[in-house]
Design a protein around this ligand. Structure first.
Ligand code: NDP
Length: 245
């Protein structure tokens, strides 16, 4: 269905949810994966599990809000596997709340991780892709990068930003570097765990009952990676069939 064999793929936010699912799927299909996130214990378990199944995996503990950590992730891929073919900028958080609550630290955190994390990934990988004359950015936005709802102003802003940055990058990238935006709807993961307002959290958890497995998003990423080099899948929007908006 898709050919990702031998590709070197670095993934941010690989310790749970979509990042973990895509790491496992790509490694099972013969890609060499480098897992990045803050929780070292989780990364070690996932990497060990991949290796046990004859897959190739390494890890780098990173905080995507630090530019040098993205450089470390890219360097780990180069040192361990000789190159970097794909950077999946997937790390993100979603502490939804009404603006009236002035949860300014949470706004800052979303901007630092969801936007700056993606930019730092571009800063780390773009020079490497230029030198190799090939490379593929996969940036994770959201359905919330297409529409805005109450409690989601800042989160949506960060995901609109991911789409704007990715489209700008695509237009500048030239004919050797591919850029794909992945925009999921409700997906099973730990994403709601950072919501600090109990009422909002309950509403979001109820809404997310129709969430689809993270593997659905992982397959979409594998599809984009597996296309021939002259085919750039620009964006995939994937919702649960039961998600109205
Ligand atoms: P999870 O909460 O399960 O995964 C988020 C990942 O991001 C974790 O691996 C976490 O690892 C990592 N992360 C968070 N902060 C940082 C940081 N500062 N540095 C490095 N890694 C970090 O949720 P999902 O899998 O759902 O989220 C993945 C992406 O998908 C996010 O960008 C999210 O916005 C997007 N998305 C998800 C949807 C959904 O319904 N699940 C819908 C639309 C978009 P650790 O804590 O170990 O650092």
């Amino acid at each position: 269905m898709f050919d990702v064999k031998g590709k070197v793929v670095a993934i941010t936010g690989a310790s749970s949810g979509i990042g973990e699912a895509v790491a496992r799927l790509l490694a099972a299909a013969g890609a060499k994966v480098v897992l990045g996130a803050r929780r070292a214990d989780r990364l070690e378990i996932i990497a060990a599990d991949i290796r046990k199944k004859q897959g190739e995996a390494d890890l780098q503990v990173i905080d995507v809000s630090k530019r040098e950590d993205l450089e470390r992730l890219v360097k780990k891929a180069q040192d361990r596997f000789g190159r970097l073919d794909v950077l999946i900028s997937n790390a993100g958080l979603m502490p939804l709340s009404p603006l009236d609550q002035l949860k300014v630290e949470e706004w800052d955190r979303m901007i630092d991780v969801n936007i700056k994390g993606v930019l730092y990934g571009i800063a780390a990988a773009l020079p490497v892709f230029r030198k190799q004359n090939s490379g593929h950015f996969i940036n994770v936005s959201s359905v919330a990068g297409h529409r805005i709802g109450p409690n989601g102003a800042v989160y949506s802003a960060t995901k609109f930003a991911v789409r704007a940055i990715s489209e700008g990058l695509r237009q500048e990238a030239g004919d050797k570097i591919r850029v794909t935006i992945i925009s999921p709807g409700a997906v099973e993961s730990e994403l709601a765990s950072t919501i600090s307002d109990p009422a909002v959290k309950k509403r979001v958890e109820d809404y997310r009952k129709m969430a689809i497995p993270a593997e659905a998003i992982a397959s979409a990423m594998a599809y984009a990676i597996g296309q021939p080099g002259n085919v750039d899948v620009n964006e995939i929007l994937i919702r649960p069939t039961a998600q109205p908006s």
